[in-house]
Design a protein around this ligand. Structure first.
Ligand SMILES: NC(=O)C1=CN([C@@H]2O[C@H](COP(=O)(O)OP(=O)(O)OC[C@H]3O[C@@H](n4cnc5c(N)ncnc54)[C@H](OP(=O)(O)O)[C@@H]3O)[C@@H](O)[C@H]2O)C=CC1
Ligand SMILES: O=C(O)[C@H](O)COP(=O)(O)O
Length: 488
């Protein structure tokens, strides 16, 4: 068992300049489990002075870290991957307690994160600079050459959401570090204990002093100060569109990479394999109780096959196991907070009040919303447009492909879409017209594998993540131009 540093009252410390520091003021935030409301621990609510210290340490450490050979930076990532695998059960259990993610998905999150680290270390070693020779522009000749290498940006501020505290922190930290940046990590408050376990792993893996630091505290209190801090050179944020837009409005002249909310549609054509579509839709919509940005959040089905598809979906929804996240069979877990459950209930009620047909669920116990399937959802209902971040799936029946594309594109979001059909020509034609970052043909919407580009358009994000893409986003080209004087 490895120890994450905390005091006798179970208050965790922050990683600052290579050591673990308690709150200087004694101001802390208590973390309770969404499963049963039990107290799990506390984290410091850091002050602006404490944040300044973190930023100064990251800035100072960057000078040495960027000169550290790539092979040494990559070794830290490889070692962290090894340690994560070694401690995956312990870390997964912390995830289960803190964010009520079912045990199978929690273990998968840790394993996936270890793979992410290994792949990032390798990808960085494959990246190359380039050389360009001057050409046709008037006044320039072949005596002029630009040697282009990649430079780190400085200090990256990483802000991660509650639903993947380990994985979505690492997807920012690893590409930033391997690119020669230092990192200040602001974890989600509900999820900060899991994240501090991850940071301890990095420390054990040999990350040098000041290279990876943490700032705990509520985003609503300390967030704006951190985001607008003069020593932050890049912001990598995953979270809600509302907060993302706020950060974009206050962070002037700082490059941003943001993955935000979604309302991913699964479009099902009349020639689709309906069994395959139904399995994908149910696992896409309900895993971790729908608390995934890429969850299938609406089905747009050709009315000719609507009844058959709905019957198949319902059969699977009825079998979803609701309950204890520590049980390997559980899929439907308590939502992260009662406010989230209230919001999901509100959307369900609105749909039912306006004529939606409840086929499954519609029941709540504490923060657990039973898997809910609502048929005959129309464009007047909020559920057609808003992101529930909970286990509720609306079915919208459409008369043809054009109507499906119109409704899919009318969303403010543009993360992903699925198209289920056996006609590959149609699939590509529809994919071309959908305003999203990724179209999945005959598969649920999902982020992985993690070396694919992952991005949202419209209100779903800015910039592109994915291993190589993230390294590129957190480094910049540096051009050194050679001018040959005696050019023959
Ligand atoms: N597209 C994608 O890849 C993903 C998108 N999401 C989206 O995220 C949402 C759910 O995640 P959730 O964690 O609730 O999202 P939030 O936007 O509430 O929080 C995300 C992070 O931002 C922090 N934060 C809040 N306010 C500020 C601020 N003013 N300045 C700086 N940081 C701040 C939060 O801290 P604190 O916890 O202290 O409030 C947390 O660490 C959903 O909308 C979902 O779609 C989630 C995962 C992936
Ligand atoms: O945080 C999220 O919701 C993710 O970025 C989605 O990842 P997943 O598709 O692998 O669950």
């Amino acid at each position: 068992m490895f120890q994450v540093i905390r005091d006798k009252d179970n208050c965790y410390y922050n990683s600052v300049d290579g050591s673990w520091k308690p709150s200087r003021t004694g101001k802390t935030i208590k973390i309770f489990s969404p499963i049963d409301g039990q107290f799990i621990g506390m984290v410091p609510s850091m002050t602006t002075e404490e944040v300044d210290e973190v930023m100064a340490s990251a800035k100072a450490a960057q000078k040495t870290w960027k000169e550290t050979p790539l092979i040494e930076r990559a070794k830290v990532l490889n070692q962290a991957a090894f340690l994560l695998r070694e401690h995956k059960e312990e870390i997964a259990k912390v995830l289960v307690r803190e964010i009520a993610k079912d045990i199978k998905s929690s273990i998968a999150e840790v394993e996936r994160t270890a793979d992410f680290l290994l792949f990032t270390a390798d990808a960085a070693k494959q990246m190359k600079g380039e050389m360009l020779q001057a050409d046709a522009f008037p006044g320039y000749g072949t005596n002029k050459m630009s040697f282009i290498s990649r430079e780190p940006l400085g200090t990256v501020l990483a802000i991660s959401p509650f639903n993947y505290p380990v994985n979505l922190s690492t997807s920012k930290i690893a590409p930033a570090l391997v690119g020669g940046n230092t990192v200040v990590l602001k974890p989600p408050t509900q999820g900060s204990i899991s994240t501090l376990h991850l940071v301890r792993i990095f420390e054990m893996a040999g990350v040098p002093k000041g290279v990876l630091n943490t700032v705990t505290g509520r985003g609503s209190e300390i967030g704006d100060y951190v985001v607008t801090h003069k020593d932050v050179d890049f912001i990598n944020f995953t979270g809600s569109t509302e907060i993302g837009q706020h950060l974009a409005s206050i962070s002037t002249m700082k490059p941003l990479l943001m993955e935000l909310g979604g309302k991913d549609a699964a479009i099902v054509l009349d020639d689709a394999d309906l069994d395959w579509a139904a399995s994908n839709i149910v696992s896409g919509a309900f895993s971790y109780s729908g608390q995934r940005c890429t969850a299938v959040k609406r089905v747009l089905v050709d009315e000719k096959v609507g009844d058959t598809l709905v019957e198949k979906i319902k059969e699977k929804v009825d079998k979803l196991v609701v309950g204890d996240p520590f049980d390997e069979k559980t899929v439907i877990v308590p939502l992260i907070s009662s406010a989230s459950a209230d919001f999901v209930e509100e959307l369900i009620k609105d749909a039912l009040d306006k004529g939606g047909k409840l086929l499954a669920g519609g029941k709540r116990e504490g923060n657990t919303i039973y898997p809910t399937l609502i048929d005959h959802v129309t464009e007047e209902m909020r559920l057609a447009w808003e992101e529930p971040f909970g286990p509720v799936l609306p079915i919208i029946r459409v008369k043809d492909i054009d109507e499906a594309i119109r409704i899919a594109n009318e969303s403010e979001y543009g993360l992903q879409s699925s198209v289920f059909t056996k006609n590959i020509d149609k699939a590509f034609g529809i994919a071309r017209r959908l305003e999203v970052g990724t179209v999945q043909i005959n598969n649920k919407t999902e982020r992985g594998p993690d070396h694919f580009p992952f991005l949202g358009v419209k209100s779903s994000g800015m910039g592109t993540q994915g291993i190589r893409y993230s390294i590129e986003a957190m480094t910049r080209p540096k051009a050194t131009v050679l001018n040959l004087i005696d050019h023959i």
